[in-house]
Design a binder for this molecule. Structure first.
Ligand SMILES: NC(=O)c1ccc[n+]([C@@H]2O[C@H](COP(=O)([O-])OP(=O)(O)OC[C@H]3O[C@@H](n4cnc5c(N)ncnc54)[C@H](OP(=O)(O)O)[C@@H]3O)[C@@H](O)[C@H]2O)c1
Length: 250
């Protein structure tokens, strides 16, 4: 894949990517490293995959560490920041990527489902961001992964998921207002259908989702990672939403 810059804009920076063992998170970790950043990634079950990402980052000449931290656990969500700072010596960039997608008719979603999705997609993001704010220097970046379903819900089944991700838009804008005077930015990236384990392009809903995009195809994790990495280097962009969905919500 080609990069849009040739300079290593992020040299000397340290990043934490939650859910960095697979999919969009793994692609982001590699892309940030290619731009010069050291990277910590969290995972829950994917220890080997996370260690593979670490090796790939190290092969690029950057430092990396894999941390087991369940975003659904309040202590682990915040503890990932402490561990990342301990391993890398600093924290400049937080990418709130870890998330779960639970779709289904509204009557089938139980209170336990609601608690689980909100714990990972909302409370975990809040607590990790809260912990990061204590470490981020001037020039710090918080980049959160939402979904294009916060802008346009294409069909039934998305109540819980869209509700959880919509909370992140409010969090992002409020963080931008609160942290602006410290020179820290907060932005949110909304992917459309991206070919990952969560939403495989060859899955039962793949062709339908692809047909709903203007470009007629799924996106790749690398295409989302490119926008996240751009925001990691952007100084005068904050409180903003970026849709990377091939025109799914056009
Ligand atoms: N793919 C899409 O079409 C799409 C569209 C819109 C938005 N998104 C959003 O993009 C983000 C990444 O999605 P993806 O498609 O790359 O998903 P994915 O391929 O399923 O990967 C999910 C990643 O998150 C980690 N993770 C899951 N639950 C976690 C938890 N409780 N605590 C910490 N890490 C956890 C996984 O770790 P393990 O390997 O250990 O399980 C894995 O690294 C999510 O926030 C998702 O909602 C995806």
């Amino acid at each position: 894949m080609t990069t849009h810059t040739t300079e290593k804009n992020l040299l000397g920076r340290a990043a934490l990517v939650t859910g960095g063992s697979r999919g969009i998170g793994a692609a982001t970790a590699l892309r940030l490293a290619r731009e010069g950043a050291d990277v910590a990634v969290t995972y829950v079950n994917g220890k080997e995959a996370a260690e593979e990402v670490v090796r790939a980052v190290e092969a690029l000449g950057r430092r990396a560490v894999a941390l087991r931290a369940d975003a659904a656990d309040a202590q682990e969500a915040a503890g990932a920041v402490t561990e990342a700072v301990r391993a890398l010596g600093r924290l400049d960039i937080l990418v709130n990527n870890a998330g779960v997608g639970l779709l289904g008719p509204v009557e089938t979603l139980s209170p336990a489902d609601v608690d689980r999705v909100l714990a990972v997609n909302v409370r975990g993001v809040f607590l990790t961001s809260r912990a990061a704010v204590a470490h981020l220097p001037r020039g710090g970046r918080i980049i959160t992964v939402g979904t294009c379903m916060t802008q346009r819900v294409p069909g039934p089944g998305g109540t819980l998921y869209a509700m959880s991700k919509s909370a992140l838009v409010g969090l992002t804008k409020a963080l931008a207002r609160e942290l602006g005077e410290r020179g820290i930015t907060a932005n949110i990236v909304h992917p459309g259908p991206i070919d990952t384990d969560m939403n495989p392009a060859d899955g039962p809903y793949g062709p339908g989702q692809a047909a709903m995009t203007a470009l007629g195809r799924f996106g790749t994790a690398e295409e989302v990672a490119a926008t996240i990495t751009h925001l990691a280097g952007a100084a005068y962009v904050t409180g903003a939403e970026f849709t990377v969905d091939g025109g799914h919500s056009a």
